[in-house]
Design a protein around this ligand. Structure first.
Ligand SMILES: [Zn+2]
Length: 395
């Protein structure tokens, strides 16, 4: 085993101290030393450095335990900002986020179905808007994008809906700004967001199934994103669930996306509206030839039987996919995010019931399915978490 250099030990100790301070609202130097196992002198030296960097500040006095009341220190959440981009929808979403995951500012740029270089131009424009709006030094730029992403090199190998092939996005963004840039798949970002800022922080392992324009999942193992050998771990959208199913955008037939992808779901609802001109679906379309997702959600909330059946069916397909994940990974915590989560508990119940039918009862019984608590900010917070993890070793 190679011996750690002095520099590596210093970095490791600094990360440890910063992490300990991050995990507490306020803490004293002595308590930090006790929790990290470092000497008081080492902790004091590191804390002085962190104060000089602006990352930590003295915030007052704590409760005395015998002698003098100890000086409390705390993370300065606004000391750095993270520029975060979510490219998973046709409306690009950008935000500036502080070190505690608070969203300070949002920007939206419509993509208007642009593809290739034209889509890329809008992404770079969004980066520019965010970096110019930052009111504190940028810790980094995090980008969550659909498609197969080599996140070590920041290259999007393939994003069908954006027309990008082997796009070196990290390099292109680095050329126009000086902050470190991280690019990852949107579902994987959502998983990291849920793990870091969501309601499942206690889980070491979790899977987030995200339904955006496509269906994907992100896997966190032992607190870290699992990318797979080819960076496409969790690509469940193109698992075949219907052998004689419809043609998918990937060229195959009967993929999960052809039954519960957003476009597929709306097409099924529209077909039902045509078959049932007296139905709420037909009524909501009100003579137009398109049904929107809001219509489907509204019909479901108002207990329309067609909507209830469609959501239950979607839940079953989702449950079948989840059963595969649970069967292979034996991960107990599954979170559903994206547009499917907007159908709430009935969708989760249908998915859980189907998953129960498909895996060993002992495994299924332990599995908990829940809705994301981060809503549409899952990818934004996920890439913020990625930058925090890579740049500061937090949380
Ligand atoms: Zn497919």
């Amino acid at each position: 085993m190679m011996k750690a250099t002095r520099q590596q030990i210093k970095e490791h100790n600094t990360n440890l101290v910063l992490k300990t301070i991050y995990e507490h609202d306020n803490i004293s130097r002595a308590e930090t030393a006790r929790l990290t196992g470092l000497t008081r002198t080492t902790v004091s030296e590191i804390v002085s450095g962190l104060i000089a960097d602006g990352l930590v500040a003295e915030v007052g006095l704590g409760e005395p335990s015998g002698g003098k009341p100890p000086i409390q220190i705390s993370l300065v959440a606004g000391a750095r900002q993270i520029a975060c981009l979510d490219l998973s929808n046709d409306e690009l979403h950008g935000a500036l986020v502080d070190l505690r995951g608070q969203i300070l500012l949002r920007e939206y740029i419509p993509l208007e179905h642009r593809m290739g270089d034209s889509a890329l131009e809008r992404v770079l424009h969004l980066v520019e808007l965010l970096t110019k709006a930052a009111t504190a030094p940028l810790l980094g730029i995090g980008i969550g994008t659909p498609g197969l992403v080599d996140s070590h090199q920041g290259i999007i190998h393939q994003a069908v809906n954006r027309g990008w092939i082997d796009l070196p996005l990290e390099h292109l963004v680095t050329e126009c700004c000086s902050a470190p840039v991280y690019v990852t798949n949107d579902s994987q970002a959502a998983a990291l967001g849920e793990y870091t800022f969501g309601s499942q922080r206690a889980a070491l392992n979790l899977v987030v199934v995200k339904a955006g324009e496509g269906i994907g999942s992100g896997i966190v193992l032992n607190g870290e994103l699992f990318h797979g050998d080819g960076f496409s771990a969790g690509e469940i959208g193109h698992l075949v669930v219907e052998c004689d199913g419809l043609l998918c955008s990937c060229g195959n037939y009967g993929c999960l996306e052809t039954v519960i992808g957003k476009r597929a779901l709306l097409a099924q609802a529209q077909a039902l509206a045509l078959q049932h001109p007296e139905s709420m679906f037909a009524n909501l379309m009100n003579g137009s030839d398109r049904l929107r997702l809001d219509h489907l959600i509204q019909a479901h909330q108002q207990d329309d039987p067609l909507a209830i059946e469609l959501v239950a069916r979607s839940g079953s397909y989702l449950g079948a996919a989840i059963a595969n994940l649970v069967g292979i990974l034996n991960i107990k915590t599954i979170v559903v995010s994206g547009y499917l989560a907007r159908f709430g508990e009935p969708l989760i119940e249908a998915a859980h019931a189907e998953a129960l039918r498909r895996v060993l009862p002992a495994m299924a019984g332990e599995t908990s399915l829940s809705l994301s608590t981060l809503g549409d900010d899952d990818v934004i917070l996920g890439v913020a978490a990625l930058v925090l993890q890579q740049e500061l070793g937090l949380p």
